[in-house]
Design a protein around this ligand. Structure first.
Ligand code: ADP
Ligand code: MG
Length: 310
C-alpha cells in the first residue's frame, strides 16, 4: 500500500517529526523514535542518571566509561572545537549555567564569575581513551552539553537507519534540523524579523540536511533585555558577530549542527573558509537585515522577491 506515515514526538527539549513515504513503515518509525529517545536519555543534562551527568559529576575526579555513541560524539565535538578555533565548544555549559541562574534572579552574571567559568571552557582538553571507551574532563566543574550538536547526530543516525532499511523517500525534522531523503522538498527559511509564516525565501533540496542557528528564538530575558543563548566562549557573553541567523546546507548533519553554532559565533568572514573547505552552503541573515547566500546555493534558494531591495 502507498502511504505516508508521520510520527511526532517530544525529545531533546523540542519536537521531532519523522515522515516516511512509500510503504507502511510504522515499525521502523517506532524504532527510529526509540533510538532518539535513547540518545536523549544518555545526553540530557537535566537527568541525574544520564551518561553526560555522570561524566560531568566526575569532572576533575575520575574517568568514566561511556557508550559508543557518546564516545563518537565527544570525539566529533573535540574536533569541531579545534576546527572552529574554539567557537563551538561543548563545554560552554559552565557559562550557560551561570546565565541561566543569573536570569532566574533577574540579573546578568557577575564578570568575575564569567571569567572564572571561562577557564573551564575548553573542549580540546577532554581526554578520550579510544581503546577503553573512557572519557575524562580534567577540570573540576567542567561540564559537557551536547545542546548544539545532538540533533545533528540524531539526524545522521536516523538517515543511516532509513538507508539500511532501503527507505529512499523521507523527511526528518528534529526540532528544526531538517533532513530530506529522496524526492526534493521545499522548505521556507525563517525570517528572524518576521513570524514563522513569513519566510525570507524557499530552499529546495534533496538528500541534504539543513540546520539553522539563530539568536531570535531562545534567550535569557533579564531586566527587559534579551540575551540570546549562543555564547562566545572567548568572552563568556552572548556572541556579537553581527548575525541573527546562520542556515547551513550539507550532507553531514552532525557537522552542520556544530558549525551553525560555531559560525554564528565566528561571523561571516571567518566562517566562510570553513564552509568552503567542506562544500557546505549557507544563508546568513545579519543584524541589519541583509541576507547573504553562498554562490552555489543560487539554484536551490529563491529569495522572496518583495524582500529584495535595489
Ligand atoms: P538550537 O538548539 O536552538 O537549535 P544551537 O544548535 O545553536 O541551537 O545550540 C545552542 C545550544 O548549544 C545552547 O542552548 C547551549 O546549550 C549550547 N551552546 C551555547 N553556546 C555554545 C557554543 N559556543 N558552543 C557549543 N555549544 C553552545
Ligand atoms: Mg548547533
Amino acid at each position: 500500500m502507498h502511504t505516508t506515515l508521520q510520527k511526532t514526538f517530544p525529545a531533546m527539549g523540542t519536537v521531532h517529526t519523522i515522515t516516511l513515504y512509500g510503504e507502511n513503515h510504522s515499525e521502523l518509525a517506532e524504532r527510529m523514535k526509540r533510538e532518539v529517545l535513547r540518545m536523549d536519555r544518555a545526553w540530557s543534562v537535566f537527568r541525574d542518571d544520564s551518561t553526560l551527568s555522570k561524566l560531568n559529576r566526575s569532572a576533575g575526579i575520575a574517568e568514566v566509561s561511556v557508550d559508543d555513541d557518546t564516545f563518537a560524539l565527544l570525539k566529533a565535538s573535540v574536533l569541531l572545537c579545534k576546527q572552529t578555533d574554539g567557537a563551538f565548544d561543548v563545554t560552554s555549559g559552565a557559562l550557560s549555567s551561570l546565565w541561566r541562574e543569573a536570569a532566574k534572579q533577574g540579573r546578568t552574571p557577575e564578570k568575575a564569575a564569567l571569567q572564572a567559568a571561562k577557564k573551564r571552557v575548553n573542549a580540546s582538553s577532554i581526554m578520550l581513551n579510544e581503546t577503553d571507551r573512557k572519557a575524562y574532563l580534567p577540570a573540576v566543574g567542567q561540564t559537557v552539553d551536547f545542546g548544539g550538536i545532538a540533533k545533528g547526530f540524531a539526524a545522521d543516525r536516523l538517515r543511516a537507519m532509513l538507508l539500511s532499511e532501503g527507505v529512499s523517500d523521507a523527511l526528518l525534522n528534529l526540532g528544526g534540523t531538517v533532513t530530506a531523503i529522496g524526492q526534493p522538498v521545499s522548505i521556507g527559511v525563517r525570517n528572524p524579523f518576521a513570524p514563522q509564516s513569513d519566510p525570507i525565501g524557499t530552499l529546495t533540496v534533496s538528500n541534504r540536511s539543513i540546520v539553522t542557528s539563530g539568536s531570535y528564538e531562545r534567550f535569557y530575558a533579564i531586566g527587559g533585555r534579551r540575551y540570546h543563548h549562543i555564547l562566545d566562549p572567548r568572552t563568556g557573553y552572548p556572541s556579537e558577530s553581527g548575525l541573527v541567523s546562520v542556515t547551513l546546507i550539507g550532507s553531514n548533519a552532525t557537522e552542520l549542527d556544530a558549525l551553525a553554532t560555531g559560525i554564528f559565533v565566528l561571523g561571516v568572514e571567518r566562517g566562510l573558509p570553513i564552509l568552503k573547505e567542506r562544500n557546505i552552503d549557507a544563508i546568513f541573515v545579519t543584524i541589519t537585515g541583509e541576507v547573504l547566500i553562498t554562490e552555489t546555493l543560487k539554484d536551490m534558494f529563491s529569495l522572496r522577491k518583495d524582500l529584495c531591495t535595489a
